[in-house]
Ligand binder design. Structure first.
Ligand code: ADQ
Length: 456
């Protein structure tokens, strides 16, 4: 069986006692454990120079190769082009686009470093599976080095409409480089249509349902919605239902109902809109005052990237204002925590919450929505309130209550519906969503992508 070489910006930990979390880490680790292979990426360290690799051997033919980046490469590649151009634009936030030529040069340079590292270890039959927006030109650099293996790219974030994509300076350059991949996987059909539309209209590519042909080279495209392992989450949340952290949370709640949200602190997740929606619920529906609490867990991310510091300040002010207005001696409406919890604890929090609230303004998928559903007790499940702009809404529209996060009054109305929903309807909706999660599991996602890559 062919080995798999995985490239992503960060790799999952292999060391004893450290647990891989999140869809990417778990899904990729499982694939590598099954057939053996190498996972390559940035070590997270800053050094004087980029690129001295360090190898780490795991069990079952699995190893990691990581290397540091220089401060300049980190600033231009990671903080610069990847997170100040691609991330905001792919999430439709052209107002936050901050472009500099040196950042684009840095982005390409780091991609070349990754290509050279790949060439050192790749064997002719390896399948190369590249993840996300950090590495859009990677296959092209590898081809320039003479590599002929099959290259697949999975884009975890949305692909924007062509008008928005064209705000990126050198967008055509980037898109031509992406066409060096043999397979590009996207989260939703909307993303696929947007990408195909761009190639057709702006680069004159000929396209069919699942293939784009540019200058005689065919790239296959497909929709592969990333999933979770519903059974694992179910048992994790059940086993930890008496965890110390959960007991603390419950004792603070004093039998009040709970709305929960968990995200990286990112402007794409619609946190300010969400706080306003909850405020509107309290404002317009007095029966919930003192009876419902909202827990927001949001560890800071990319604090050194433009746009993130302001967001944190705005959220603190908004939460402070709402709590200042409504807090009673025995009740705090919003508990806003800038910290992480381990996965079992998080799943037990989901299980104990009557509403899971996801308000992304744009989101490739949103695994938290799926994790919330999977963690619910079957005999008394909570309700998922989900933004129609998260990729997950494409699969969960029938079971979740969909909202437009820009519609504050609509969000309050939907929260009211969720909090008052009868048990029979909650169970029915939960069953529908669990069927989808089982069918589109993380294993199914990985297998479909890898089978298609082998077949291209
Ligand atoms: P993210 O933007 O990071 O992922 P998401 O899909 O929700 O968003 O995944 C986050 C993961 O981190 C989840 O597994 C969640 O449980 C975990 N997590 C979040 N906050 C946490 C906390 N406070 N403590 C512990 N764990 C926490 C990107 C894209 C998404 C896409 C995924 C996967 O932006 O759209 O769904 O990749 O493709």
């Amino acid at each position: 069986m062919a080995r798999i070489l995985v490239v992503s910006n960060r790799v999952a930990p292999l060391a004893e006692g450290q647990v891989a979390t999140g869809g990417l880490a778990v899904g990729v680790l499982d694939a590598l454990k099954e057939v053996g292979g190498i996972w390559m990426g940035w070590s997270g360290e800053i050094a004087r120079e980029s690129g001295t690799p360090r190898a780490e051997q795991g069990s079952g033919g699995l190893s990691l190769i990581t290397w540091p980046l220089s401060q300049y490469d980190y600033d231009t590649f990671y903080r610069g082009f990847a997170n100040s151009v691609l991330w905001p634009v792919f999430h439709f936030r052209t107002d936050l686009l901050h472009y500099r030529d040196e950042d684009y040069e840095g982005y390409k340079r780091v991609n070349r470093i990754f290509a050279e590292q790949l060439r050192r270890v790749a064997q002719p039959d390896d399948l190369i599976w590249v993840h996300d927006y950090h590495f859009l030109p990677l296959a092209q650099h590898c081809r320039e080095l003479g590599m002929q293996q099959k290259f697949g790219l999975f884009l975890h974030i949305p692909f924007p409409s062509d008008q928005v994509f064209r705000t990126i300076p050198h967008h055509a350059d980037l898109a031509r480089a992406m066409a060096a991949f043999d397979l590009i996987g996207l989260q939703t059909n909307d993303d696929l249509l947007a990408m195909r539309d761009y190639y057709e209209r702006h680069l004159g590519a000929s396209t069919s349902h699942d293939t784009v042909v540019l200058n005689g080279k065919a790239t296959r495209m497909g929709v592969y919605p990333i999933g979770v392992c519903p059974e694992d989450i179910q048992s994790l949340s059940r086993e930890h239902r008496n965890s110390r952290e959960l007991i603390k949370l419950k004792s603070g709640l004093q039998h009040r109902r709970l709305i929960i949200s968990v995200d990286r602190l990112d402007y794409s997740k619609g946190l300010v809109e969400r706080f306003r929606g909850f405020e509107c619920l309290l404002d317009t529906r007095p029966k919930f005052r003192g009876h419902v609490s909202f827990v927001q867990i949001a560890p800071p991310s990319r604090a050194d990237v433009h746009g993130y510091r302001n967001l944190r300040r705005t959220l603190e002010q908004t939460a402070g204002r709402i709590n200042g207005r409504w807090t009673e001696l025995s009740w705090t409406p919003i508990r806003y925590m800038n910290r992480s919890f381990d996965r079992p604890t998080l799943m037990s929090f989901f299980r104990a919450s009557q509403v899971g609230l996801v308000t992304s303004l744009r989101d490739g998928m949103n695994l938290v929505a799926k994790e919330y559903v999977a963690a619910q007790p079957e005999d008394d499940p909570g309700v998922l309130v989900l933004s129609e702009f998260a990729g997950a809404a494409h699969e969960l529209a029938e079971g979740a209550l969909l909202i437009n996060p820009y519609d504050t009054a609509g969000m309050a109305r939907t929260l009211h519906t969720a909090l008052d929903m009868e048990s029979s309807e909650r169970k029915h909706r939960h069953e529908i969503m669990m069927d989808v999660l089982r069918k589109n599991s993380l294993a199914a996602w990985r297998e479909r992508f890898m089978d298609d890559l082998k077949g291209v």
